[in-house]
Design a protein around this ligand. Sequence first.
Ligand code: GLC
Length: 747
Amino acid sequence: MNTFRNITLTVISALLMSVCGYSQQLTKEQEAKLNDLISKMTLEEKAGQMTQITIQTISKTQGTKDQKHVLDDAKLEEAISKYHVGSILNVFDVAHDIDYWHEIITKIQTAAKDKTRLKIPVIYGIDAIHGATYTKGATLFPQALGLASTWNTALAKTVGDVTAIEAGASGIYWNFNPVLDLGRQPLWPRLWETYGEDVYLAQQLGGAYIYGSQNNPLVGPGKFMTCLKHYVGYSFPLNGLDRTPAYMSERTLREYSLPPFEAGIKAGSKTVMVNSGEIDGIPGHANHFLLTEVLRGELKFDGFVVSDWEDIKRLYTRDRVADSPKEAVRLAVMAGVDMSMVPTDYSFYECVVELAKEGKLPMWRIDEAVKRILAVKMGMGLFENAFPNKELKKHFATEEHTRQNLEAATESIILLKNKDNTLPLSKKQKVFVTGPTANMLSVLNGGWTITWQGNEEVLYPQEKHTILEAIQTEITKTQVTYAEGISFDKEGKIDDAVKLAKSSDVVILCLGEPAYCETPGNIYDLTLPDAQINYAKKLKAAGKKLVVVLVQGRPRVMNEIAEIADAIMVGFLPGMEGGRAIADLLFGDENPSGKLPVTYPKYPNGITLYDYKPIESADQNGYKPQYEFGFGLSYTTYTYSNLKLSSYEISENGSLTVTVDIKNTGSRKGKEIVQLYLTDLFGSVSRPNKQIKGFDKVELAPGETKTVSFTITKDHLSFIGLENKRITEPGKFKVKVAGLESEFILK
Ligand code: GLC
């Protein structure tokens, strides 16, 4: 049987619904309490529940690397008592220690309990997207694209689990994660927040992450809430720049963008955050069709929808689809936004009250939004207890969490090239380490780490190892020489570096990207900067083995390096243990097992993706990646055999089982990700040349053979047809596993 059995969505949603009380499963008495509460609320109190402000709005001083954050008690009381604010978010502007978080959350919940008529608890939200990002010392895992590189749903569940414990231990129970946008535009600066370019991979990993987050027994089932973002179609801006127009048909949206959100809803998440961009000229926050007809009518989502940062205001200030701030509020609320991340003033609150009094915003809509919000708060148990749970502190940043983090980081690294088995390196060699990502922690973590941009290196925990420090620890400092050589995009004085290269046995060149987050990470060329390419060439000219380690948030084009390097590893932001993981892999303490969750383009415009269409397969349009989606090498080798189907026909409601044998034919144990692809040979709309429809990670000892099995049902064969509805069509399908093929017919 398989070591890493995927937790299928069916199992997740069934288990989840059985253990967590959510709004649609509020008990009768909870429903009664909810309705009774709403009946007592004033218009102003209702408007307050729909209002979310950032903590900066109630702060006296900003937290910086040199200055402690201070809450402003008077501003807090104003927010809670005068504006009845129901939600607060974020940090201002650097991570706090856990005790200070307890102080902040306790002050906020005490104000809600003691300074308001109805004592409705505040729901505090944070971007804990790769662990408790804003709590000092937290376990910070690989970012989503790195986690996706593991293809390991058990690890995705673990990341959700540990995040719930450590953010929960901080007193924060609402996490603005997972990002279920698809990573299909490699230029996009938020690609690393996604689970990659494939729907099925995103569904499986996102579902497992949600299950782990919302079922942690220490925090309490249902206490910790995820948030599906950014609904929907945000991640595919035509020009690759963040928050710029996306153009896609309803059919494309339903085929690619919606299914991961559908999976997230099935997995039990009860909050959704809206797309900050626009699709076909309609801003996400004004899209009634998607926010109400589809999300509520079709996907049966019954939680609440929160806007993204300041995006209701932007309907007026930026998108100009509203001719006033008040019209922007009316438009967004009537489209289906329940809570506004305003977040730095009370304009939304004021507009809601005015609009309601003017009869321009119906009370039924306000009551609907407030009931959704309060139902989630009730389902999370916040009415019972919204205060920090000091019991959880002993589960914060444990050794076990660090071990799990190292495991995730190790499995997230992808070996892309290993000419003449350059790797693993002998531990006796003299090693020259160089390059802009060799001796920094921020480059391993990226945005949403300690600060929003994640680039305050001085704030990183010094006990964690950079790649250089990890290599020095792996072998000995005397065997390692180091020079940064160049910065990310500026040539440096490299004569000394080249000399050091010449006097070493092997060069480890660490390249890639600095930390960035959202729009500041916009680029206009996917190619690695010339400075990095040229430095690699000069080092290779030194005549030694050249090992390139790429640490980055997106697959930066580097075809010239791919030609000359002897070995290449890539880590898509492997997190705080990334340095150790890379060193363990370079010297063979660990065997690489990561696989690409995105296509690695060979050319700046070569962004044809793995599931390209038949029209793209002709030679002139051919799919010519540097490395394919699903690709990754190991220090051992595997052979596949015995691909078998339980039947060569499958009926509409039937299923068939695919089995395949995989053998470790090398000399060391390894973890292999067995990938099952399906091809629909003919369809009423053009069908992808192949799509991943099953994967499983198996660990094999040298010489060991395992049989992996997959079950195929019609859900794996469906697609969005000409009528924009999900359908299946009878016909022939091809099964592909690692070069083995077979066919079956859907009757
Ligand atoms: C940001 C991001 C969103 C995040 C929110 C709160 O602008 O788009 O992902 O959750 O603001 O920080």
